[in-house]
Design a protein around this ligand. Structure first.
Ligand SMILES: O=C(CSC(=O)[C@H](Cc1ccccc1)CC(F)(F)F)c1ccccc1
Ligand SMILES: [Zn+2]
Length: 157
């Protein structure tokens, strides 16, 4: 799949509220998912959201993998999450380092819920309900922000 150009902070597309995906079987959506996976892999990211490639749809990829900063992070198959939402979250929030492919060269400490219960449609259209904790929960919240026009620098303490 093709690697797409990543919108940088300042591009208004990053500040829009993305639209829900109506038809998951639409080949344009399936191709977008493949391009998002390829773009995140080539940019060495652990996630990416459709608005970052100028497609204002409610879909993102979570692709956790261990890194020097998160050595205990699970190795995940890059997972497409369509029309995602958080349905429950822990009381406690934890600060952790984040970066963003749309804000190169910047790292910051961001408070995120330590545990979340989420619902999303997978790329086959099956409803998934899962609990995420720690770094995967962090990535999910970071990507969900992108669907709501938020960028992690908006949340720096
Ligand atoms: O791999 C990155 C590069 S930034 C990245 O992968 C973003 C995802 C992300 C990184 C760190 C915490 C939460 C989300 C991708 C974005 F911007 F498209 F969403 C990384 C940065 C800081 C800590 C651990 C890993
Ligand atoms: Zn980001």
């Amino acid at each position: 799949a093709e690697q797409l150009e990543i919108a940088q902070l300042g591009n208004p597309i990053l500040r829009q509220n993305a639209q829900p995906v109506e038809d998951i079987t639409d080949t344009a959506i399936q191709q977008l998912i493949d391009s998002l996976i390829a773009t995140a892999a080539s940019a060495n990211g652990v996630g990416i959201a459709a608005p970052q490639v100028s497609q204002s749809y409610r879909v993102f990829i979570v692709a956790s993998r261990p890194s020097p900063r998160y050595p205990n992070a699970p190795e995940m198959v890059p997972t497409a999450m369509i029309n995602p939402k958080i349905i429950a979250y822990s009381a406690e929030r934890v600060k952790g380092w984040e970066g963003c492919l749309s804000v190169p060269g910047v790292r910051g400490l961001v408070p995120r819920y330590q545990a979340i219960t989420v619902e999303y449609l997978d790329r086959q259209g099956n409803l998934q309900r899962q609990e995420f904790t720690d770094f995967v929960a962090r990535i999910f919240q970071h990507e969900l922000d992108h669907l709501d026009g938020m960028v992690f620098v908006d949340r720096l303490e």
